[in-house]
Design a protein around this ligand. Structure first.
Ligand code: MTE
Ligand code: MO
Length: 210
C-alpha cells in the first residue's frame, strides 16, 4: 500500500471516477474459473448467430482484417479493484453492425458472449453496442497475454466523461471469446447463475443478487 497509490486513489475519487466500494490497483489481477485454454490459429473461429440475418464465422486471419478501434477506459472488478486508463484495441460490435458485417434482426435484444469451455456472460444489446464495449485483441499496445484472454476477449469499462454509457463490473468481459449469440431473451451467464448480479452496474454496486 504505497503513498503514491493512495494519492492516485484520492485523485480518482475526487474526479468522480472511483465507484463506491472500490480501490485503485496498479497491478492487473487475473481472475477466472478453470484452466487457460490453448490457442490454435488454424482451428480457432469466431461465430455470430441467433437473431441475425446471416449467421457467420470468421477464421483468425479473417477476424484480423475487421475494422479496428482503440479505447481507453477504467475497469472495475467486483472483487473491488479498479484500474484506470487501461488501453484496449480490437473490434467494436457497433462498427460491425454499422458497416454491415453483422445484420441484426429487430428481435435481437440480448447478447450472450460464448467463450472456451462453455463459459458465457450476458449483456443487453444496447450495452454491447456502446463505445465502452470492445472485442479486444490487444492491451497496452501488446497482444493479450494468455491469462488475460489471448487471443480475444470482451472488455467493458468506463470512458471518463461518458456517464451516459452503462458500465458493468469487469466479469462480463469474457476471456477466450469464441462467439456472440444475439438472443430475443436474456440468458444468465456463468457468474450470473452463480449469484452475481445480472445487471452488475458499478455505480449502483450491483454485485450479488439474492
Ligand atoms: N472465459 C472466462 N472469462 C472470464 C472469467 C472466466 O471465469 N472465464 N471470469 C471473469 C471475471 S470473474 C473477471 S473479474 C475478469 C477478470 O479479467 P482479468 O483476469 O483479465 O483481470 O474476467 C472475466 N472473464
Ligand atoms: Mo470476477
Amino acid at each position: 500500500m504505497s503513498r503514491a497509490r493512495r494519492q492516485r486513489e484520492r485523485e480518482m475519487q475526487q474526479a468522480g471516477r472511483l465507484p463506491p466500494g472500490q480501490s485503485l490497483t496498479e497491478k492487473f489481477p487475473v481472475l477466472h474459473y478453470g484452466p487457460i485454454p490453448p490457442f490454435n490459429p488454424a482451428t480457432w473461429d469466431f461465430r455470430v448467430w441467433g437473431e441475425v440475418e446471416t449467421p457467420r464465422t470468421w477464421s483468425w486471419d479473417e477476424f484480423n482484417t475487421l475494422p479496428r478501434t482503440r479505447v481507453v477506459m477504467d475497469i472495475h472488478c467486483v472483487t473491488r479493484w479498479s484500474k484506470f486508463d487501461t488501453e484496449w484495441e480490437g473490434v467494436s460490435v457497433r462498427t460491425l453492425v454499422e458497416q454491415g458485417y453483422i445484420r441484426l434482426k429487430p428481435t435481437a435484444r440480448f447478447v450472450i458472449l460464448h467463450a472456451e469451455y462453455g463459459f458465457t456472460a450476458n449483456l443487453p444489446l444496447e450495452v454491447v453496442l456502446q463505445d465502452n464495449f470492445l472485442l479486444a485483441t490487444h492491451y497496452a499496445g501488446q497482444p493479450l497475454t494468455p491469462e488475460h484472454g489471448y487471443p480475444l476477449r470482451a472488455v467493458i469499462g468506463v470512458i471518463p466523461d461518458r456517464k451516459d454509457l452503462k458500465t458493468t463490473y469487469f466479469w462480463k468481459g469474457a476471456k477466450w471469446l469464441r462467439g456472440l449469440e444475439f438472443s430475443p431473451v436474456d440468458k444468465p451467464g456463468f457468474w450470473e447463475r452463480a449469484g452475481y448480479h445480472n445487471e452488475a452496474d458499478i455505480w449502483k454496486e450491483q454485485r450479488l443478487q439474492f
